[in-house]
Design a protein around this ligand. Structure first.
Ligand SMILES: C[S@@+](CC[C@H](N)C(=O)[O-])C[C@H]1O[C@@H](n2cnc3c(N)ncnc32)[C@H](O)[C@@H]1O
Length: 203
């Protein structure tokens, strides 16, 4: 149950990332938010999962029922729920928050759920096997560090799709993160590690 005292502004503040160094705080925050996360987000117009899944709906060419999906920062499973509505079936989820993973488990959609704090800990997934690697709301200061993007690419099979959606947060830490991310994505493109399919800013 949502505690009723949460206002839209409060929820927005809770969902904002911390400073770079506070990854343990991120775990604590999401552990504390997990039980009411879905209801709290109903108070916001949280479009990020829809943006990612709409993109896949239009651009993913494979047979949906057969493909293997790795979802990083899966949270309570909102993205997998939307993807399942489109016919995707095989999900492995990763998140640093045990309590968010407990919520994700309740969806019954994930074959496997793995707890890892990405950055300090390695991505617990095989390389080169996933048809789709997806992460929504994971890339920002205080969340998954920029270096994780390269690991995500490595877990995708050759020709697989990596789909990341991030909020356009303000503040020095987020702006620094965005610059580092752009630099890393360009380096990866220069090395032919990936090719951008679409880069889109939310309206
Ligand atoms: C804004 S929520 C997004 C959850 C879900 N993708 C969604 O759209 O509803 C961010 C999620 O990322 C997870 N997270 C943040 N930093 C992480 C990290 N370094 N490693 C693993 N998970 C992380 C949090 O626990 C939380 O579940």
């Amino acid at each position: 149950m949502s505690d009723g005292s949460r206002t839209v502004d409060k929820v927005k503040t809770l969902l904002k990332p911390f400073k770079d160094s506070d990854l343990q705080q991120t775990i604590k925050l999401y552990d504390s938010l997990a039980e009411t996360y879905d209801q709290d987000l109903d108070m916001l117009t949280y479009r990020a999962p829809h943006l990612a899944v709409d993109f896949l709906d239009v651009n993913f060419p494979g047979v949906r029922e057969k493909v293997q999906i790795l979802e990083v920062a899966c949270g309570s499973g909102l993205v997998a729920k939307l993807m399942a509505e489109l016919g995707f079936r095989h999900f492995v989820g990763v998140d640093c928050s045990k309590r968010m993973l407990d919520q994700a488990a309740k969806t019954g959609l994930y074959q496997d759920l793995r707890q890892a704090l990405l950055g300090p800990e390695p991505l617990p997934a095989q390389t080169g096997v996933f048809d789709v690697v997806i992460g929504v709301g994971a890339l920002d200061a205080g969340f998954a560090p920029v270096s994780v993007v390269r690991d995500l690419c490595h877990t995708a099979r050759p020709g697989g799709m990596v789909c990341m959606v991030r909020g356009d947060h303000r503040g020095a830490a987020s702006e620094g993160y965005r610059e580092d991310l752009q630099r890393e994505l360009q380096l990866m493109e220069d090395k032919w590690l990936w090719r951008p399919a679409l880069k889109q800013s939310p309206r």
